[in-house]
Design a protein around this ligand. Structure first.
Ligand code: PLP
Length: 438
C-alpha cells in the first residue's frame, strides 16, 4: 500500500497506486486489454488454479479496476473488493454469492426501488426468498431469521425516508446467529463506514457520489474480512463445501493463505466469471477520477443540503421536510451516531399542493436537472411516485416511504445562492394561489 493513512482525503489519492512501474505514469493507466500474456504454461496453470494471483482475463480482473477496488476497500476499511458493471449487479452478486434456491435473506423495507424489485421479483423467481422487515425495530431481523437465512441487507441512508439504518444493532444480532450484514452505502460514502459498526459486506453504486459526475454506471462489493464463514459452516455451504464449478475448491480453505477473502474471491472467480457483469477499465478510470475528490465534494454536498433543508423548512408552500438533521428521538440519534461530518446530500419534501404542485415544481426547475440519478456534482430533482418507484404497488410505495407529493432533491455543489434561487422560483411557480394573485 503506498499510504498507511486512515484519512479519506489521503486514501482516495494514494492507496494502491503511486506510479506505474513500467512507465512512471502517475495517473492510473487505463489497461484497455481483454487478455494477459502468460509467461509459461506453469504460470498459466498456477493462475487458473489460484495458486498464484494474477491477471487472466478482463472479465474477472483488470489492473485499472484493481486500483479502484483497492482504493475503495481502503476507504471502507475492508480487505478486498470486486468492481462490477452496476450497483444493481453489486447487490445481486453480493446476495447470490451466499444464498441459493431454497435459502432466504432478511432485508430492510427501506430500499432503492431497483433493489426492491430485484429482491421481491427476480431473486424470488430464482428461489431466494427475501423477507422484508421494518428496521425501526432491529429485533425484527432476529424474528425473521431461521436456519436458511444467509444474510441481512440494508441501506445506510435509504431514500426517500432518509432514516439511518441501525447498523451496529442489526450486525450484532446477526453475528450471534451467524448471519452477515450487507450494507448498501451508496448514499453515505465517507460519512459512514458500515464495516466499523459490524457490517460484513459493503456495496456501492459507484454511479452516484463516487463517480460524482454522472458519466458512468458501476458498482462495487467490499469484503470486510471480518466474518467467520468457517465457524458457521452449516449456514454457508457455498463457501464451506466443494464447489463443482471450480474443480471442487472449498473457498474458505482454498484462499486461506491469501487472507480472509474467501467471500470476495468466490464472487470474482465464479459469479463474475459466469454472469459476466464486468466493469469496463475505462469506467473504472472515471470512478478513480471521481474518487479523488469524493471527500471534498461530500463536504460541499452536506453544506448545501443543510442550507436547502433549512430554507425549505421555513417555506410556506412546503408541508414537510425529510432530512436526517431534522428528525428527533431515536431517528436523530441514529443519524448523529452513524453519519460523521454531516447528514448527506439528499433532502426530501412534500408540497402542500400535493401531486399536481409536485409536478409543476419539477417542470419549473431551471438549474436542477430532472433525472433519476443521485450523487451528481449537479443538483438533481425527481418525483419518485411517478418515476423511480412507479413499478412498485401503492402499498409497496408507501412501505418504502414514497407518498404522492414527495419530491427528492440530490443537492449539488453549485453556489448555494443559485440553488436556493432556483428552488424559490420553482416553488412560486408550483403554487397556483401565488400565480392567481400575480
Ligand atoms: N443502490 C442505491 C442506494 C441506489 O440509489 C441505486 C441507484 O439509484 C442502486 C443501488 C443501483 O445502482 P445502479 O444504478 O448503478 O445499478
Amino acid at each position: 500500500m503506498p499510504t498507511s493513512s486512515k484519512h479519506p482525503e489521503t486514501v482516495v489519492l494514494h492507496a494502491s497506486h503511486r506510479f506505474d512501474a513500467g512507465t512512471g505514469a502517475v495517473a492510473v493507466p487505463i489497461f484497455q486489454t481483454t487478455s494477459y500474456q502468460f509467461d509459461n504454461t506453469q504460470r498459466a496453470a498456477n493462475l487458473f488454479a489460484l495458486k498464484e494471483l494474477g491477471n487472466i482475463y478482463t472479465r474477472i480482473m483488470n489492473p485499472t479496476n484493481a486500483v479502484l477496488e483497492e482504493r475503495i476497500a481502503a476507504l471502507e476499511g475492508g480487505v478486498a473488493a470486486l468492481a462490477v458493471s452496476s450497483g444493481q449487479a453489486a447487490s445481486a452478486i453480493a446476495v447470490q454469492n451466499i444464498a441459493r434456491a431454497g435459502d432466504n435473506i432478511v432485508s430492510s423495507t427501506d430500499l432503492y426501488g431497483g433493489t426492491w424489485n430485484l429482491f421481491a421479483n427476480t431473486l424470488k423467481d430464482q428461489g431466494i426468498e427475501v423477507r422484508f422487515v421494518d428496521p425501526t425495530d432491529p429485533e425484527n431481523f432476529r424474528r425473521a431469521t431461521d436456519a436458511k437465512t444467509r444474510a441481512y441487507y440494508a441501506e445506510t441512508l435509504p431514500n426517500p425516508k432518509l432514516t439511518v439504518f441501525p447498523i451496529k444493532e442489526v450486525a450484532e444480532i446477526g453475528r450471534k446467529l451467524g448471519v452477515p450484514l450487507i450494507v448498501d452505502n451508496t448514499a453515505a460514502p465517507v460519512l459512514c463506514k458500515p464495516l466499523e459498526h459490524g457490517a460484513a459486506i459493503v456495496v456501492h453504486s459507484t454511479t452516484k457520489y463516487i463517480g460524482g459526475h454522472g458519466t458512468s454506471i458501476g458498482g462495487i462489493i467490499v469484503d470486510g474480512g471480518n466474518f467467520d464463514w468457517e465457524k458457521h459452516a452449516e449456514r454457508f455451504p457455498a463457501l464451506n463445501t466443494p464447489d463443482p464449478s471450480y474443480h471442487g475448491a472449498i473457498w474458505v480453505q482454498a484462499v486461506k493463505p491469501l487472507g480472509p477473502i474467501a467471500y470476495i474471491i468466490k464472487a470474482r472467480v465464479t459469479l463474475l466469471r459466469d454472469l459476466g457483469s464486468a466493469l469496463s477499465p475505462f469506467n473504472a478510470f472515471l470512478f478513480i477520477q471521481g474518487l479523488e475528490t469524493l471527500p471534498l465534494r461530500i463536504r460541499e454536498h452536506v453544506r448545501n443540503a443543510q442550507a436547502v433543508a433549512t430554507y425549505l423548512k421555513k417555506h410556506a408552500g412546503v408541508a414537510k421536510v425529510i432530512y436526517p438533521g431534522f428528525f428527533d428521538g431515536e431517528q436523530k440519534r441514529r443519524a448523529d451516531y452513524y453519519l460523521k461530518g454531516g447528514y448527506g446530500g439528499l433532502v426530501g419534501f412534500e408540497l402542500k399542493g400535493g401531486k399536481d404542485a409536485g409536478r409543476r415544481f419539477i417542470d419549473s426547475l431551471k438549474l436542477f436537472y430532472h433525472v433519476a440519478n443521485i450523487g451528481d456534482a449537479r443538483s438533481l430533482a425527481i418525483h419518485p411516485a411517478t418515476t423511480t418507484h412507479s413499478q412498485l404497488s401503492p402499498e409497496e410505495q408507501l412501505a418504502t416511504g414514497v407518498s404522492d407529493g414527495y419530491v427528492r432533491l440530490s443537492v449539488g455543489i453549485e453556489h448555494i445562492d443559485d440553488i436556493i434561487a432556483d428552488l424559490d422560483q420553482a416553488l412560486k411557480a408550483s403554487d397556483t394561489r401565488a400565480l392567481a394573485a400575480e
